[in-house]
Design a protein around this ligand. Structure first.
Ligand code: PNS
Length: 162
């Protein structure tokens, strides 16, 4: 069984991520979407909220598992017996960051390769941070994120505004 891990912050998951998940689910037997628990990076959504959004948005796919990890990705890949890391690419700006990460992971776990999947053209400008900023300022993000995430963003910003 060929297992790939798609790691990320997913704060929150966007339609761009869903596009990458759908594409990678056709290439591997199983995709583990691994949400990072990073204590040093402040996320808008809790780990449980981020996981729930992904679970709800990937119900139409059969070979998907949603999980969390903390610490070194290489250790998690070993634990899951993964053969590949999946990452999405939108632009040359992504490429530089992704290339360094892929090379670092290759050094840490040589038996695993990073597979880059190009986002569809309609998603190249979509990022979690852009979506959060637009939603905070009252922009309509319904074409950029799954419906549950749109509702989650509205609720979160309502809570934060008090
Ligand atoms: O969605 P993001 O924030 O770009 O994802 C980054 C992520 C989670 C894939 C990356 O930060 C990561 O792998 N973190 C785990 C720590 C690690 O293994 N670092 C060494 C490899 S660069």
């Amino acid at each position: 069984m060929r297992v790939a891990v798609y790691p990320g912050s997913f704060d929150p998951v966007t339609n761009g991520h869903i596009d990458i998940i759908e594409k990678s689910s056709r290439l591997f037997d199983r995709i583990i979407i691994a949400v990072v628990h990073n204590v040093t990076k402040k996320a808008l959504f809790t780990l449980d909220e981020r996981v729930a959004f992904i679970r709800e948005s990937t119900q139409h796919l059969e070979n998907i598992e949603v999980d969390c990890f903390s610490g070194l990705l290489a250790n998690y890949l070993r634990e899951k017996k993964a053969c590949a890391i999946v990452r999405g690419l939108r632009s040359m700006t992504d490429f530089e960051y992704e290339m360094h990460m892929a090379m670092m992971n290759k050094r840490l776990i040589p038996e695993v390769d990073t597979i880059f999947i190009m986002a569809n053209a309609e998603h190249v400008f979509v990022s979690s941070s852009g979506v959060k900023e637009a939603a905070l300022l009252g922009g309509d993000v319904s074409s950029l994120v799954p419906p549950q995430v749109k509702i989650g963003l509205e609720q979160k910003y309502k809570q934060l505004r008090g």
